[in-house]
Design a protein around this ligand. Structure first.
Ligand code: ACM
Length: 534
């Protein structure tokens, strides 16, 4: 079998005969399949030097794209048939697009380049076969933290290409944190003028004695965001924005000190944070702060069509609220029991606000503390427990436990990673990750709408560091999210690693700086004080 990643549901063949792809190969696309049509011409055609000109449906050996309502959402059937050509039928436009991704994998690593390298693979041939495929989960996500280290827009677009190649379909963009604000908000210009830059940065883990003594920052203009969202949509990827409240907000407070608990700390003296960890400077629970963030979310909704909007809610220490007369008065006035309920009130406000606008709130599992907002979906990150509790209460869940799928965490138990942090998740660990915990009944399991790998960037200061942490583990994660794998102990990891041998050549052609299967190269090792296990 062809070494497809993620593995498809079923393959018949391959048989002996084949279909050639040549300069004369026509591309016929039924209305409604334009995303795949454009992608095939612009990306696959460019890689192979084939024009894939529009042609008649019955042209010999054409590539045909069509919709087939008998297939499910995102499902496709790819048929290669000598004399007839290649047909990709999809249950919807996304299905046809995922079928086009599979077609590229059938064509060898040259198909992953941006221009032809000449001679070697041509003429391209596809062996007769039928591939039937459909995803396991509808939320197959990756979180990119562009707040701790800014990823310039080109990197995000490249990341979307890498996601599409793996049939991943949700980019959770973590746009704000203590260390930086990354999205232009027209009505609050200081969020980018002030909050998007910090003067220096801790280098390595938070206990490292080293600093990078130069400013770091950047942000996406609203047109950048529109471009990212449109580029993602053309790849059937939804971008879910995260504006993290009420914790992880020191950058915003540095720009607008009135957002913080100014009755207990001198918020005017706070800089954009330059180190890592859980930060005590959280938002004040006032009407003015709610109003400020409604303004932020109004602009966010205009830019992001995603039904889901993430409001964070994680790691929000309540010490300032305990000490603050304003926060305490608020608790009394609302008749709340404690500060946890005050956070629930804060999140609940935005749950109602988003629902009234036809959107759905997603938050980290801390939003369970003090009572879960009515319409909330939970990103279960501190383990499975939050997700189990939420699913049992009838809420939807995205499983992304840090013990399993935080890909900034080290991938080897040895001392040889560039900056080893967190739990060890080897490639095999990720391959054996199971998003649906056995404790859930079938009805409760239906609330696990998907899974997500999270990449935080405290110690990932550039694209090669990001590549190194993501790959090859994101390839294993994509198979967990897409394929119909058996229980973890029965998964065929040796078959996966065999297929990865082919897949590494594809990643090479894409220019991905993955962790080599033998471990890091000597120059990639930066041991010592920079990192340490959790
Ligand atoms: C998180 O890792 N703080 C969601």
């Amino acid at each position: 079998m062809t070494d497809l990643i993620p593995a498809p549901r079923g393959v018949q063949g391959p048989w002996r005969r084949a279909v050639p792809l040549t300069e004369a190969t026509a591309l016929w696309a039924e209305p409604g399949t334009e995303t795949a049509e454009h992608w095939l011409r612009a990306t696959l055609g460019a890689a192979l030097g084939l024009p894939l000109r529009p042609g008649a449906e019955d042209a010999r050996d054409a590539v045909r794209l069509r919709l087939d309502a008998s297939l499910g959402p995102e499902a496709y059937r790819l048929t290669v048939s000598h004399g007839s050509g290649v047909e990709i039928a999809g249950g919807d436009a996304a299905g046809v697009f995922w079928g086009a991704q599979t077609l590229r994998q059938l064509l060898g690593p040259e198909a992953f380049r941006r221009a032809p390298v000449g001679g070697r693979g041509a003429p391209y041939v596809l062996t007769d076969q039928v591939i039937e495929d459909a995803p396991r989960f509808r939320w197959r996500g990756v979180l990119l933290d562009v707040a701790r280290h800014f990823m310039p827009k080109d990197g995000v677009l490249r990341h979307l290409d890498l996601m599409a190649a793996h049939k991943l379909n949700v980019l959770h963009l973590h746009l704000t944190d203590d260390q930086g604000w990354r999205i232009e908000i027209l009505r609050h210009p200081k969020l980018t003028e002030t909050a998007s830059w910090r003067s220096r940065t801790k280098y390595g883990h938070r206990d490292s004695p080293l600093w990078e003594d130069k400013p770091h920052g950047g942000f996406y203009t609203q047109d950048d965001i529109r471009e990212i969202v449109a580029y993602a949509a053309a790849r059937h990827i939804t971008v879910v924005p995260e504006i993290d409240v009420p914790g992880h907000s020191q950058a915003a407070i540095a720009a607008y000190p009135e957002l913080g608990n100014a009755d207990v700390v001198d918020t005017a003296a706070l800089p954009v944070w330059d180190t890592w960890g859980i930060n005590p400077n959280i938002l004040a629970p006032t009407e003015a702060v709610l109003h400020f963030y409604e303004g932020v979310f109004e602009e966010v909704l205009d830019l992001f069509p995603s039904e889901y909007v993430h409001v964070g809610g994680d790691e929000c220490p309540k010490d300032q609220w305990r000490a603050s007369p304003t926060a305490q008065a608020r608790i009394a006035e609302l008749g709340l029991a404690d500060e946890d309920q005050l956070q629930s009130w804060f999140i609940g406000h935005f749950d109602a606000w988003l629902s009234a606008r036809g959107r759905r709130l997603v938050g980290w599992d801390e939003i369970l503390e003090g009572g879960l907002a009515k319409g909330a979906t939970v990103s279960s990150w501190r383990g499975y427990e939050g997700g189990i509790a939420a699913a049992r209460a009838g809420h939807d869940v995205v499983m992304c436990p840090e013990q399993e799928v935080y890909l900034d965490h080290r991938q080897d138990p040895g001392p040889d990673e560039p900056i080893p942090i967190g739990f060890v998740h080897t490639l095999e660990d990720v391959y054996r990750f199971e998003p649906v915990p056995p404790e859930l009944t079938p009805e409760e399991s239906a609330h696990v709408i998907g899974t997500q790998a999270n990449l935080w960037t405290e110690v990932l200061e550039n694209q090669s560091r990001v590549d190194y942490q993501l790959f090859p583990r994101l390839s294993a994660f994509a198979e967990v999210a897409w394929s119909d794998l058996p229980d973890p102990s029965e998964r065929d990891f040796s078959d996966f690693t065999r297929r990865m041998t082919t897949h590494y050549a594809r990643l090479d052609a894409l220019g991905v700086a993955y962790r080599p299967p033998t471990g890091p190269l000597p120059w990639q090792r930066r041991p010592g004080v920079l990192g340490r296990p959790r």
